[in-house]
Design a protein around this ligand. Structure first.
Ligand code: S3P
Length: 434
């Protein structure tokens, strides 16, 4: 198990490019594999999560060549996947297991999907229930992984209203819908990321979106294409907060995906008074990207609008650090989903903030944080092996007068393998030990 030891840094300066978007990287492998013809991906995230998806499709007989972040997928067509010899191990990745459960429920062969200790505690009833309604034979261990899927079932389209704003449930059902008889429709009550819909269109598959209803007609096919993965806004978010909370700082984050279903972090930081500019906005492979300039800011506490919660769902750990450095109180509600991510991100962040002497109150569906100075209460912070918790507390070090030690940071590799290198290149002081 390795730890971060982080020291206070001076001003942060520089231009950096964070790695490729995790959600888009996963989807490029899944859709590229079941497409006809070749799909070439550049900027693929070389993180453990997206590599778990890549390896799983290799185990189902897909020829995938990878040279760093360049990937070539030789698609096998809608019916070309082969039964894997062993259970598919998806590591820490919720996106892999939930999306693939939809795809695999529609195959002729049986499969088993499993993962690490954290993934094995995550709720899968949210995909099991609607997939069963479509005719799938899928079961879990008390609705948690490992998941067992019996193949050879004929799926029928359903219309399904999502119980929570979740792109993973939506995408799981859209993938199952590609193989189902009839029109599968998903109704969303809150906006969730729309990368699956965009990418399906890029592969030539018709997806209709009308208001909050997304539909696909089963029985079509996908055509291989080229995908240039933009930088991940969820990784960029760490440096957006670092730039806002450190003194005399100015950072540019190049070519970041600013898909409107993902920009909650920018909107929330701006509401807090963050100095953030979007430069050179342009389109890249169907996704809007921009260079993001962030400078030192005097942040103030806010009540976070609940409609922004799904648009910033992965960014709350580091937004809590921003709230700790803001004047006054920040209140988050309507964010119960944070309790079932890679860790219970409300409780684990609250515990870590307590270690830094930041006053907070845990709510059932959120948290109340009063900004203040960091004062050392304990020697180290426990990440609970959650990558985003580890990185969030590393960012806190830019405002700390003492070293912060964060325990159990190995999982940073799942989403942001060169985090330490990039952070130190703009002036942060992070050492990874052990
Ligand atoms: C993801 C969707 C989100 C997010 C996860 C990636 C995706 O999960 O937290 O990191 O790629 O579809 P939910 O859809 O369950 O909120």
């Amino acid at each position: 198990m390795s730890n971060f030891v982080t020291s206070n840094s001076g001003s942060l300066r520089g231009t950096i490019k964070v790695p490729g978007d995790k959600s888009i990287s996963h989807r490029s492998i899944m859709l590229g594999s079941i497409a006809d013809g070749v799909t070439r991906v550049s900027g693929f995230l070389e993180g453990e999560d997206s590599l778990a998806t890549l390896n799983a499709f290799k185990e189902m007989g897909v020829n995938i060549e990878r040279d760093g972040s360049s990937v070539v997928i030789h698609g096998v067509g809608m019916r070309g996947l082969k039964k894997p010899k062993n259970p598919l191990n998806l590591g820490n990745s919720g996106t892999s297991i939930r999306l693939m459960s939809g795809l695999l429920s529609a195959q002729e062969f049986d499969s088993e999907l499993c993962g690490d200790e954290s993934l094995s505690t995550r709720p899968m009833g949210r995909v099991i229930k609607p997939l069963r309604e479509m005719g799938a034979d899928i079961s879990g261990n008390d609705s948690k992984p490992p998941l067992t899927i019996i193949g050879g079932k004929k799926l029928t389209a359903i219309e399904y209203t999502l119980p929570v704003a979740s792109a993973q449930i939506k995408s799981c059902l859209l993938l199952a819908g590609l193989y189902s008889e009839g029109m599968t429709s998903i109704i969303e009550n809150g906006i969730s990321r729309d990368h699956t819909e965009r990418m399906l269109k890029g592969f030539g598959y018709d997806v209709t979106t009308s208001n909050n209803k997304i539909s696909v007609l089963g029985g079509g096919s996908l055509k291989g294409c080229n995908i240039e993965v933009p930088s991940d806004i969820s990784s960029a978010a760490f440096f957006m907060v670092a730039g806002c909370i450190s003194k005399n700082s100015s950072i540019i984050l190049n070519s970041v995906n600013i898909n409107p279903t993902r920009t909650g972090v920018i909107e929330i930081l701006k509401l807090m008074g963050g100095n953030i500019q979007l430069l050179n906005q342009r389109l890249q492979a169907g996704e809007l990207i921009a260079d993001i300039k962030v400078s030192s800011s005097n942040l103030k506490g806010i009540q976070i609008p609940e409609n922004l919660v799904p648009l910033a769902i992965d960014e709350f750990p580091v937004l809590f650090v921003a709230a700790s450095c803001a004047d006054g109180e920040t209140v988050l509600t309507g964010a119960k989903e944070l309790r079932v991510k890679e860790s219970d991100r409300i409780q684990v962040m609250a515990d870590g903030l307590n270690s830094l002497g930041i006053k907070n109150e845990v709510l059932e569906d959120g948290i109340r944080i009063t900004g203040g100075e960091f004062t050392k209460q304990t020697s180290s912070i426990l990440s609970h092996h959650d990558h985003r918790i580890s990185m969030a507390f590393a960012i806190a070090s830019v405002r700390s007068n003492f070293d912060i030690e964060i325990e159990g940071v190995d999982n940073v590799k799942t989403s942001f393998p060169n985090f330490v290198e990039l952070a130190n290149s703009i002036g942060m002081k992070i050492k990874q030990e052990g």
